[in-house]
Design a protein around this ligand. Structure first.
Ligand SMILES: Nc1ncnc2c1ncn2[C@@H]1O[C@H](COP(=O)(O)OP(=O)(O)OP(=O)(O)O)[C@@H](O)[C@H]1O
Length: 373
């Protein structure tokens, strides 16, 4: 069992307030990813959990046991937290072989040699580096060393695994393989994993929950699907999704049971109603519509609710095609599965369904209507 509770954690480096009242509960068995751009406080949060940083205020509990209490100035040592850590810099013992590096922690736990061989072999195989067992770290590439570091952390079915950008040195294919392995490990062992990354694909593909960091704060805690579908503000909407979400400026009006959104798209007057519950805004307001590239559909024939647009570029991307279209001054990105179907300069007709749109208040940047409503 491993449940982690962070409450009101604040941390400064000099005058730099890097963690601003962090509150986060990581449930037993969660694969919790701390996601955000560089410098937003992800690693510092992980280091606080590990006991490598002391926050000035706040509490940390692991399995209900107090590990930090700033009020009583209590900070338990990293060795008392029963953690397995993998950092971006993997710190392998240079004088030990790969096998010995992975076996190191198991020897300290006093496992017999047969059990050690079994666990080490299995961990190396999981990381696809079984053939490297007899090599020394200086005979390995950065990516291979990184996988040895993960093998070392997972060798003894850990209950809690803290991983800081553990796949950063791997090429695209290996990273994908390792994502599958980590996800499988999580499913098989039910290990609680706290995973730091700025890579949204890693976050979306592996996590059960994602905490989005921005400038030392958590701005959203959600499942990958919730986060992708309904980012709570414009910053998160822009950060999640590749290709990026489209934003269209519009005017919003509060109506009975929902919202009316209107804007000019070239010569077309876009004016739609959407149903939603509470709208926390005044009657009329400036807003931004957010619509994902795969949520816009293209037709070749005209229709009353379809918006005329001109194909500007086509990007063939294997299984899908990315199309940019121009509507007057507006440029939109659309994603279609399959080969390119339209030529540059061709007039096409777009369908934008209001129920597929997120609507954000322009002034605050906050979500006021979710897609799916
Ligand atoms: N030991 C330190 N001394 C001073 N400032 C630090 C120290 N460690 C981190 N910082 C600063 O704290 C802030 C948060 O850093 P942190 O490493 O937590 O960010 P991050 O989100 O993990 O970024 P990255 O993805 O680049 O690793 C940054 O502004 C960073 O420069």
């Amino acid at each position: 069992m491993s449940r982690i509770e962070l409450a009101h954690i604040n941390k400064h480096y000099g005058s730099n307030h890097v963690l601003k009242d962090i509150n986060l509960t990581i449930e037993d068995g969660d694969f919790m990813t701390l996601l955000g751009p560089s410098g937003c406080g992800k690693t510092t949060t992980l280091r606080v959990i590990a006991g490598l940083e002391r926050p000035e205020s706040g509490r940390l509990l692991i399995d209900g046991e107090e590990k930090i209490n700033s009020e009583t100035a209590f900070y338990s040592e990293p060795s008392e937290r029963n953690l397995n850590l993998v950092f971006q810099s993997y710190a392998l013992w240079p004088h030990l072989t790969v096998f010995e590096n992975v076996a190191f922690g198991l020897k300290i736990k006093k496992l017999n040699s047969m059990a050690i061989t079994k666990h080490v072999t299995h961990a190396l195989e999981r990381m696809h580096i079984g053939e490297l067992a007899k090599r020394y770290p200086n005979e390995l590439s950065g990516g291979q060393q990184q996988r040895v570091a993960i093998a070392r952390a997972i060798a003894y079915s850990p209950q809690l695994l803290l991983l800081d950008e553990p796949l950063s040195n791997l090429d695209a294919k290996l990273r994908m393989d390792m994502r599958v392995e980590l996800k499988r490990l999580h499913q098989e062992l039910g290990t609680t994993i706290v995973y730091v990354t700025h890579d949204q694909v890693e976050a979306l593909t592996m996590s059960t929950k994602i905490a989005v960091f921005s400038k030392g704060c958590i701005t959203q805690l959600a499942t990958p699907k919730e986060l992708y579908m309904n980012p709570v503000n414009l910053v998160n909407a822009d950060f999640i999704g590749n290709p990026r979400i489209n934003f269209i400026e519009a005017m919003g009006k509060k109506i009975k049971d929902g919202i009316r959104i209107a804007c000019s798209l070239g010569d077309y007057e876009f004016d739609r109603e959407a149903f939603t519950d509470e709208i926390p805004v005044e009657k009329d307001f400036a807003c931004i519509i957010g619509i994902r590239p795969e949520q816009i559909t293209i037709a070749e024939a005209q229709g009353e609710t379809l918006i005329p647009a001109i194909v500007d570029t086509n990007q063939f991307a294997g299984s899908e095609t990315l199309i940019t279209v121009k509507i007057g001054e507006e440029s939109l990105m659309i994603k279609e599965i399959g080969m390119e179907r339209y030529r540059v300069g061709q007039t096409v007709y777009l369908e934008i369904k209001p129920e597929r749109c997120n609507v954000y208040a322009k002034a605050s940047g906050q979500l006021i209507k979710c897609a799916g409503q």
